[in-house]
Design a protein around this ligand. Structure first.
Ligand code: MG
Length: 382
């Protein structure tokens, strides 16, 4: 099952499923926000029994398009949670944009499924709750994020205490060499030009602010149980080394590859089995020179903001995430400047970062809503 089937990760997941073939992976259900045409064509190709749209306005159109096909169409009140609870599927790929996948992820965990998470916002906003729910119900949480997939591959066979540090690699984004003033005034068109990866709009802006890496530090903390202070970031413009794991004995392990999300997707789907791929391969003799440098937290304050929210715990990471989603939305609509994204997130953390303890879904969703409203109101009155 793929939640967010028509987006960048969703379509690449279907490409992996197509290559694996029906003997190894079958699609039970697919969802999209509102791209009915693509969703219906995917459902037909892969024989999905259920499809859903989260933008209910498109529900009647979806149902009319599928009339007589036998495919069950859903929309309305939280269709993702209903899909994620279906007993017919054993694996759920969560690839919806932003924190919208939170309730569905928890439902998939309660059903004891394998949950392959591309939507890192879910683990940022509610990592403690998601990991606890997964543990209690025998669900597996596997990463689709390339850095976390790299770490996951490196630590197979390790005891948790064997890991001393994680070093997440970051491309540095399109503004790696820009001055602070240039970055402040960057336009959406500038920020959407990612140097090494082709991705959805929100994550591409997060890569330009480095908030993506800040969110990934929190994501890695929950996935691998490593303390936040033992998770570092290193800028690596070539995006060939997908992350490092430093072992307690000092060995530094890494996974290398060309930037193509279909490999981490396949690894999450087929683990612990390995299957062939016909993806382009990295040849050691053609790697050339790889460079690594410290991130500049003055020019990229998002890293410090994420660390601050992660250390504060409770609802602070949910506030960070929601404020960032709202601020990135405002930036893409031309309503705030690029430098404003981190200023809005910092202001939201100051105002709401310690509102409550963040142990329940209700507390997290309330903090999320408040932070979005706070940022939207700031943008409107600026
Ligand atoms: Mg990543």
């Amino acid at each position: 099952m793929i939640l967010g089937a028509t987006g960048s990760i969703g379509t690449q997941t279907l490409d992996v499923v197509r290559r694996l073939g029906p003997g190894r992976a079958q699609i039970v259900a697919l969802s999209a926000r509102q791209n009915v045409a693509l969703l219906v064509s995917q459902a037909r190709e892969f024989g999905a029994a259920y499809v859903a749209v989260t933008d209910a306005a498109w529900g009647p159109h979806l149902e009319a398009t599928l009339a007589g096909s036998g495919v069950i169409a859903g929309w309305g009140d939280d269709p993702l949670t209903r899909l994620a609870s279906l007993p017919d599927a054993d694996t759920v790929v969560v690839a919806v944009a932003g924190a919208a996948g939170l309730a569905a992820t928890l439902a998939a965990c309660r059903s004891g499924k394998r949950v392959c998470i591309a939507t890192k916002e879910v683990l940022v906003a509610a990592g403690a709750l998601v990991m606890k729910t997964a543990h209690e119900n025998g669900a597996e949480i596997l990463p689709i994020d390339s850095e976390h997939s790299a770490i996951f591959q490196c630590i197979q066979g390790c005891a948790p205490g064997d890991i001393a540090r994680l070093h997440l690699t970051a491309s540095g984004g399109p503004f790696r060499t820009w001055t602070r003033d240039q970055i402040e005034a960057a336009t959406p068109a500038d920020a959407l030009k990612h140097p090494t990866w082709t991705m959805g709009g929100k994550i591409t802006i997060d890569s330009a602010t480095l908030m993506n890496k800040g969110l990934e530090v929190i994501e890695a903390h929950w996935l691998f149980g490593v303390p936040l202070e033992s998770i570092g970031v290193v800028v690596h413009p070539q995006s060939v080394v997908h992350s490092f794991v430093e072992m307690r004995d000092g060995a530094l392990l890494a996974q290398l590859g060309l930037p193509d999300m279909r490999l981490p997707i396949q690894i999450a789907l087929t683990h612990p089995d390995k299957q062939d791929t016909d993806l382009p391969r990295l040849k050691p003799s053609e790697i050339g020179s790889l460079t690594f440098e410290e991130p500049d937290e003055d020019r990229f304050p998002a890293l410090g903001l994420a660390r601050r929210a992660g250390m504060a715990g409770g609802v602070a990471p949910a506030v960070l995430n929601a404020a960032n989603e709202a601020a990135v939305g405002g930036f893409l609509e031309g309503r705030t400047d690029f430098g404003g994204i981190c200023r809005l997130v910092a202001a939201a953390l100051d105002a709401h970062g310690d509102d409550s303890d963040g142990k329940t879904l209700e507390a997290i969703l309330a903090a999320d809503k408040k932070a979005r409203a706070f940022v939207t109101q700031r943008i409107e009155t600026a």
